[in-house]
Design a binder for this molecule. Structure first.
Ligand code: AMP
Ligand code: AMP
Length: 341
């Protein structure tokens, strides 16, 4: 570690869930002190891991806000992930005062579906058709309730009649009607380095979703015995390697998303880890269904590196470790303000 970092003794901290093990292991590999902020019931689980130097126990997620004020004085850097947005609330960025890795302004673009769509279109990414209301439904659609977590609260409708029947269960809820894309889900995990000014592909995965991935195991001649709506609750992830000929387009998509963000959210735009969630059709077109502007849990597959990170680094480089390395390099160059918010 550089003398500047030793002097400062930065501690990388995160909420103990989602991708915390990967983030803290990566931080330790890069020479940082590490801290997990854990619900008290899970603290003994996190104590098993020697790369976690300290654990702050909280009784519930709202206590995080009281405790983080203590951390501000101790050179802590908070790494956001999916549990932070899910449990501290989408406005957590306005409520915390400790150093945060990532541009908080990007959060408002990620959360608001209309703003996200504007960003995707500016980046030239292909998106499924969105129907303003049910009268235009002319092909199968997927209907997503706002705030539905992990894909539960979604349903599929083949036509308007089916939509009208199914929507009646969700009275007074806000939703979006999207063209259903038949293809394969492919989740692209990237890292944009402000220091190197380059987009890196960290890995590719797909989700293992309950019950939709179980429905395929029911033999067709038993369809009558089961009449279940598919749900999309994520349980885990599978690794993917794609046809090599798709890689140039994948890199270009990541670069366009970053470049559009720099115009929409100047001057910093999107940096650090992000994910473009796509469905790829048989004619090899990528349809973006969503983006996540932080580390995604699918990167946990690659704690020891992925085939793609290996091509770039030649050493085991997880997304968690990549974040720590970016902080280390920015610190060495006196450019931490470029990556902390
Ligand atoms: P958890 O801390 O496991 O309750 O998850 C927090 C948030 O991250 C929830 O919105 C989950 O749906 C999401 N999440 C957790 N694990 C995964 C995963 N493996 N893939 C995608 N999303 C995940
Ligand atoms: P999301 O919460 O948007 O990431 O979606 C959860 C899951 O729903 C995805 O992993 C896909 O399996 C499925 N999904 C979402 N949008 C679409 C779409 N437009 N067409 C087909 N499948 C979709």
């Amino acid at each position: 570690m550089s003398s500047d970092m030793e002097k400062k003794k930065y501690t990388i901290a995160t909420l103990a869930s989602h991708s915390a093990l990967q983030i803290l292991k990566g931080a330790k590999d890069e020479g940082f002190a590490t801290c997990a902020i854990s619900l008290s019931g899970r603290a003994s689980f996190y104590k098993r891991f020697p790369f976690i130097d300290s654990i702050i126990s909280i009784e519930n997620y709202t206590e995080f806000y009281d405790r983080e004020k203590e951390l501000k004085t101790k050179d802590f850097i908070l790494i956001p992930h999916g549990s932070i947005t899910a449990y501290l609330g989408p406005d957590y960025g306005n409520r915390i005062s400790i150093a945060h890795f990532g541009n908080k302004e990007v959060l408002s673009w990620e959360i608001d579906r209309e703003k996200q769509m504007e960003w995707l279109k500016k980046a030239g990414l292909r998106v499924p058709k969105v129907y303003k209301n049910s009268s235009g439904i002319d092909k199968p659609v997927i209907v997503k309730m706002f705030g539905a977590k992990g894909g539960s609260g979604y349903f599929i409708a083949g036509d308007k009649k089916q939509f009208d029947k199914k929507i009646s269960k969700f009275a007074d809820q806000k939703f979006i009607i999207q063209e259903y894309i038949v293809g394969t889900p492919v989740y692209l995990q990237y890292f944009y380095s402000t220091i190197k000014k380059s987009v890196e592909l960290m890995g590719i995965d797909r989700r293992y979703e309950s019950n939709v991935d179980g429905l395929a195991r029911i033999p067709h001649n038993m369809d009558d015995e089961f009449s279940v709506e598919p749900s999309y609750t994520v349980i885990g992830n599978f690794p993917i390697v794609v046809r090599e000929s798709l890689l140039p387009e994948i890199y270009a998509m990541g670069e366009r998303l970053v470049s559009a963000s720099q115009k929409l959210m100047p001057p910093k735009g999107l940096y650090g880890p992000f994910c473009i969630e796509t469905i790829v059709t048989p004619d090899q077109l990528f349809y973006t269904i969503e983006i996540s502007c932080r580390i995604v849990a699918g990167t946990n597959l690659f704690i020891n590196g992925s085939p793609y990170s290996d091509l770039t680094y030649g050493i085991p480089m997880s997304t968690g470790r990549r974040i720590a390395r970016e902080i280390k390099e920015a610190s060495k160059e006196g450019r931490l303000s470029k990556i902390l918010d």
